[in-house]
Structures are given as C-alpha cells and as structure tokens.
Ligand binder design. Sequence first.
Ligand SMILES: NC(=O)N[C@H]1NC(=O)NC1=O
Length: 219
Amino acid sequence: MPSRYCTARRPALSKYKLASTVGAPHSPACLPAREEKATYCLSWRTMDMEKVNAMDFGEFVEVFGNVIERCPLVAAAVWSQRPFSDREDLERHFFAFIDSLPQSGREGILRCHPDLAGRELQRGALTAESQREQSGAGLTRLGPEERRRLLELNARYRARFGFPFVLAARLSHREAVPAELARRLQRQPAQELRTALDEVKKIAGLRLADLLGADPARL
Ligand SMILES: NC(=O)N[C@H]1NC(=O)NC1=O
C-alpha cells in the first residue's frame, strides 16, 4: 500500500515545482543583464508567491501537506493565513503554527515522523520526501550491524522521551547519525523536545525550498 504522500498519488512534481515554470534563471539563455538581475529575481520569486496565494484550499494542502511530515493539518491551518509575501513568510507561518500548539500537539508532530533507518524504510512505506532524505544521508545503505545499532538507539530514545528521534537527515550523514542519537539520548526531556522541533523546522525549510525553488545556499 503506497504511502499517502508518495509521488504515485500526488500530481507530478513538475506541475508544482513552482519556480521552474516561470523562466527561472537557471538557463543561460534567460539570464538577465547584470543591472536587471535584482528586479528579475524579485519578479520570478514574486510570481511564485502569486501562484501560491491563488491556490484553493485543496490544492494548497496537496502541494504543502507534507512540509511537516504526515501532518497535513499544519498546511490546512496555514492556508487561511494567505497572502504570503515570500517563501520566508510562508515558512514563518508554518513555524508559528507549530509553536502555538500545546505540548501534546508538538509531541504529536514528532510522533508522525518515521524512524531513521527504521521499519517503515525496510517496508518501503516512507513518504517520498522522507525516502529521498534518508536515502541522501546514506541510511538506505546501512550494513546489518549499523542497522541493528540504530534500531537499538531509536528504541532507547523512544522509551526515554515518548517520541521518535528526529534529525534533518539531509544535513547529516549515516556515520554521524548514531553518535548524534546517543548524544541527544542524554538530554533532559524539555530541552530535547525543543531540539527535536528545531529539526522538524529544518526539514520543513528544506522541503519548502524544494517546492519553491529557493537557492539552498541562502537557507
Ligand atoms: N526520524 C526522522 O528524523 N525522520 C525525518 N528526518 C528526515 O530528514 N526525514 C524524515 O522523515
């Protein structure tokens, strides 16, 4: 059974890779003269947000529903805050909604995340985004001993804090993950809850940048 958010059930990414539809400045043929560059960049970015701001509720949730892993409710709430001035503004609304939740809601968001290199990865049940992130970090290519070690650490973490270990996999690597997990296992619960939510925000920022075509170097 494919995951709710896998690409098989979602409209083709190209339809929603918003920046690439507006003559984005990747192709040398459409690079502007130097003095025009600022206005040019501003206008293609603004155009993106015009498209986002024009989306109806269903379309918005379809496109942004997995910015927070398996929590389309966040996008559903953010939609009513339109219009957004730019990607950073849209991101701020996602983050503000998370921060406005009671502790049970913030923990609930963490519990929607699959373990890193966990059973969902083994079963092929990850969302398309999570699959790409975990695969990029090398977590789909662990040897049996590395996998066993991570399973054990993930289980200890979940037993201690009551939610899964969350880390922005795209900013890490398979060799670094177990050490970071072991380090965070030592933290106090309140501190760890804040750190885990910061990681959710890093993941969300990168997913929004994918969708809106931001330059990752500026993140
Ligand atoms: N557990 C966990 O951190 N999962 C998330 N991390 C990430 O980069 N993608 C995920 O699904």
